[in-house]
Design a protein around this ligand. Structure first.
Ligand code: DQA
Length: 148
């Protein structure tokens, strides 16, 4: 199976961006760890980060052409704003898990709503970089035993 990891705006700054909130791991470390876990689980693995909404949507559309089986996505602030990202994920109909490093429900009210959560396979919040690993394990389970 093919897994795509997508990170949205400002996540390229991980490691130096508000480390007390988002942790000290860089995006490169998260991507490397995710690749190792994905390969252990027997997946083909690709990752992508972009700051722009259009680039993220283009990558999700491309995923359908590549027959990606599962997406793990941290959409950053577009979580709270982007109907377009929601529509892209619905259009390709690839199951996805939404990951947030921080607990968005313990933060400002404008972060409590996600345009993606109700159409996600699952959502992981507040567990830091561990969330990406847990998402990969959950993807493996979902692909092995698809839910009705
Ligand atoms: C985030 C939470 C978002 O509210 C924020 O805009 C981010 C990161 C997280 O991983 O905790 O950029 O998605």
């Amino acid at each position: 199976s093919k897994i795509l990891l997508v990170n949205g705006p400002n996540l390229n700054l991980l490691g130096t961006r508000e480390p007390q909130r988002y942790g000290s791991a860089t995006l490169a470390q998260i991507e490397t760890d995710s690749r190792h876990r994905a390969l252990e689980l027997g997946f083909e693995f690709t990752c992508f980060q972009a700051n722009g909404e259009g680039a993220l949507i283009d990558r999700i559309q491309q995923a359908a052409r590549e027959h990606v089986d599962f997406i793990i996505i941290n959409p950053g602030a577009y979580t709270h704003t982007s109907i377009a990202l929601r529509d892209a994920l619905l259009a390709v109909a690839i199951p996805f898990i939404e990951v947030h490093l921080s607990n968005i429900h313990a933060r400002e009210p404008f972060r409590h709503h996600s345009y993606l959560s109700d159409v996600a396979h699952g959502v992981i919040v507040g567990l830091g970089a561990l969330g990406y690993r847990l998402a990969l394990d959950a993807a493996a389970q979902a692909l092995a035993r698809p839910r009705p």
